[in-house]
Design a protein around this ligand. Structure first.
Ligand code: F42
Length: 145
């Protein structure tokens, strides 16, 4: 079993610990906003270590939309590169856990549809896109059949 390396950002690592440690009943929202969060578990493409990333919960039916916004910073988050290298993820949504495949959706009408769902679920994504020159990556995670 590869080693789990927590995020170096303390509030992010703390959220993962609370969320997973409680079996998905505590730490399940973004701070005190009441907006739901999921935990994405995947492998680091350089280290092979287990990485855990909280993201906003955005759904499209049974699928999950993952937005690599990083608050509109200039560079993609590192988890973006991990998912491009190995798309197998585990998604924890409160008490439910799914094995999924996360695929980046290229710029297209489908990406626009998914992006609109994301902004409806979490309006700050709109401001993050305005803050950065990169087109914020959108992944769609679907169940492994
Ligand atoms: N971030 C988002 O981008 N979108 C969201 O919707 C979002 C919501 C959210 C909700 C709650 C919360 O607590 C955090 C939230 N975040 C959201 C922040 C998110 O959880 C991540 O912290 C953020 O996106 C930054 O991701 P990152 O992968 O760049 O994290 C860095 C700080 C990090 O953890 N780095 C580690 C490190 O040790 O430096 C891991 C690095 C890593 O993955 N290494 C790879 C490896 O092989 O192990 C190699 C990667 C490479 O290419 O070098």
């Amino acid at each position: 079993m590869p080693e789990y390396i927590p995020s170096p950002i303390k509030w992010v690592a703390d959220q993962v610990e609370l969320y997973e440690g409680s079996g998905g009943v505590d730490g399940i929202t973004l701070r005190d906003t009441g907006m739901p969060v999921i935990i994405v578990t995947n492998k680091g493409w350089k280290t092979g270590a287990v990485r855990k990333t909280p993201l906003m919960r955005v759904v499209d039916g049974d699928n999950y939309i993952l937005i690599a916004s990083q608050g509109g910073r200039p560079k993609h988050p590192l988890w973006y590169h991990n998912l491009k290298s190995d798309p197998e993820v585990e998604i924890r949504d409160e008490t439910k856990v799914f094995d999924m495949i996360a695929t980046e959706i290229p710029d297209s009408p489908e990406r626009s549809r998914l992006w609109d769902l994301a902004v409806a679920a979490y309006p700050p994504y709109h401001d993050y896109q305005n803050k950065t020159e990169r087109l914020i990556p959108v992944f769609l995670a679907t169940q492994i059949s």
